[in-house]
Design a protein around this ligand. Structure first.
Ligand code: FMN
Length: 158
């Protein structure tokens, strides 16, 4: 998938197919995309825990985690900006392979830390989308125009 098409067509998906596992090489690709993210002074202050359904207890939308084919928890001391870069790298690499994803806000940081054995910065759920999207059926510009986002004119100051 072309990079801008991946960026423009990516949506946060909360419903995953229950009958399709993510192949190991795709899981590795997703994790490697996180590893490759830049971070402040290249500190890379994170580990990537492959989570399980127990993490559902710690998030606002438990079903996202319960129904996911893969849950990745970013654990450690990384700055918020670095966590965002790392998470988006993983989600875009996943989407490039047809795997949808969603970030999960943490409702109970104490419980999340207990499960993960460290400070939890982000919980990402991944899976093949229940409703398939024909990504290549639209141009990146069409995906961009359809996105529920503020128009560029409102965001850019010249
Ligand atoms: C830090 C963060 C936490 C989020 N937490 C949740 C969450 O707890 N549950 C959920 O369903 N979506 C969560 N989301 C996803 C947002 O709702 C989503 O990014 C936004 O609605 C845009 O969705 P779209 O890309 O499908 O248009 C979170 C996103 C971010 C960046």
């Amino acid at each position: 998938m072309e990079t801008f098409l991946a960026i423009a067509s990516k949506r946060d998906e909360r419903r995953y197919r229950s009958d399709r596992a993510i192949p190991e090489e795709v899981v590795t690709r997703i994790l490697d995309a996180g590893r490759l993210a830049g971070s402040s002074r290249n500190t890379q202050s994170w580990t990537f825990l492959i989570g399980d359904a127990s993490l559902a207890e710690a998030v606002w939308a438990p079903e996202n985690v319960r129904s996911a084919a893969l849950v990745v928890v970013i654990v450690g001391e990384a700055y918020p900006f670095d966590v965002g870069r790392c998470a988006q790298n993983m989600m875009l690499a996943a989407w490039d392979a047809g795997v949808a994803s969603c970030p999960n806000g943490i409702r109970d940081p104490g419980r999340a830390a207990e499960i993960a054995g460290g400070e939890v910065k982000m919980i990402l759920s991944f899976g093949y989308p229940a409703r398939e999207r024909d990504v290549e059926g639209r141009s990146a510009e069409e995906w961009s125009a359809r996105a529920q986002r503020k128009p560029l004119d409102e965001l850019v100051v010249r």
